[in-house]
Design a protein around this ligand. Sequence first.
Ligand SMILES: [Zn+2]
Length: 447
Amino acid sequence: MAKKNEQEEEQLWQTVPPVEFSVVIGNREQQQALEILARQAPGYSVAGGQIAHALSVRANHILMDFTQAFVAMRYQIDGNWEQLPNLPRDAGDAMLYSLKQVCGLNPADRRSAQQGKCATKVKKAKYFITVQSQGTANGERVLVRLEPEKTPFETLTDLGMRDRMKEQYKQALDSTGGMVLVSAPKGTGLTTSWQVTLEAADRLMRDFQSVEHDARREPETINVSSNYYGAADGPSAAELIRSMILKEPDVFVLPEIPDGDSLATILKQVTANDKHLITRTVAGDAVEAIVSLIAKYSNSAKEIASSVTAVLNQRLARRLCENCRQPFQPTPQLLQQLGIPQGRVAVLYQPFVPPPIEQQVDEKGNPAPITPCHVCGGRSYLGRVGIFELLQPGPKFRAALLKTRDVNKLRQVARAEGHRGLQSEAILTVARGITSLEELKRVFASK
Ligand SMILES: [Zn+2]
């Protein structure tokens, strides 16, 4: 019986042409030998098909839970986990054997924690595939990460920042004698915002010098020189910064603040010598970010409050598919709830949700299933958009920063000085038809 079903139902890995794998460990000769060996295994085309399928629907993670009867499969697409049909154990085992093989792992070992890497190409785009496996009580759990070699976001506009904010942000980045703080909650693209921030800053005419811990080196950015502290035979943070100051860089780039004294030394350069500082922190919104920085480095509170020119915060939401999003006329009550002035927005958009299958019929009442949207594959969303908050402190906010750490009070002060908070920026994204209210609820609920 089971056999018959398998034959009837085409599995996902069979629906697309499989990718080829390249081995990345060892020398060229060893790589070629392993590639030839791997191609002979029965699971090679299963693994190639599964990875090809995942990439074709833009998944960036695959989670496989091997149990006695089957393999439970999930994809993560645009930050959202999706359940797939289970894979039969025989196909799943063969696939995993090949995946482990091309990643240089021991395919026979189903218990130990293993991690390895390989690569593949789709059209001309290269992807790295990381495979992490670990035995569980019922079988084995495997997480596959798919990462494009080139990051898909390159500019603030690509990330979804609106034009007016982009101008203001660039101005803050390109001025002198101030501090720019980049923030986001944990796991919501802080690294991306950070890289795009550095890309957006004018680095042609100014000397950018970064201060990085040797064990946590950042990806390289053109025209940002890296300096490392904390290595066994290298300088301490204080020594490094002292020697950097002698070279008079224009902009200090700190992906993390080494310690309070280092920050104080650099802030002195900012306030007294018109140098610039760009740094980052994990925080739920812009006000929280600056308050937590001041709380942590209270000795430098005055300098932080006087020099901060911009605090960026960011959330990621899924973009509505432009092909199948559904316009609707918002009621006056809804507009009021959202704080959108009457007459400003004629339509909002929501995801297309097909009616229940029994209602998908033609005029005669015969079943007529709706074909899923060919652009988004029926997911209603395609890609992600950054929702940005840009806090540019005014005089009242700076003064208040030194008097209170009550974030709600400080948010009020900021609003009174014309600041638009994260929620209201998010609603602008909905008003622009980029995402839906449903999606915002999801994003802000899972803080
Ligand atoms: Zn669509």
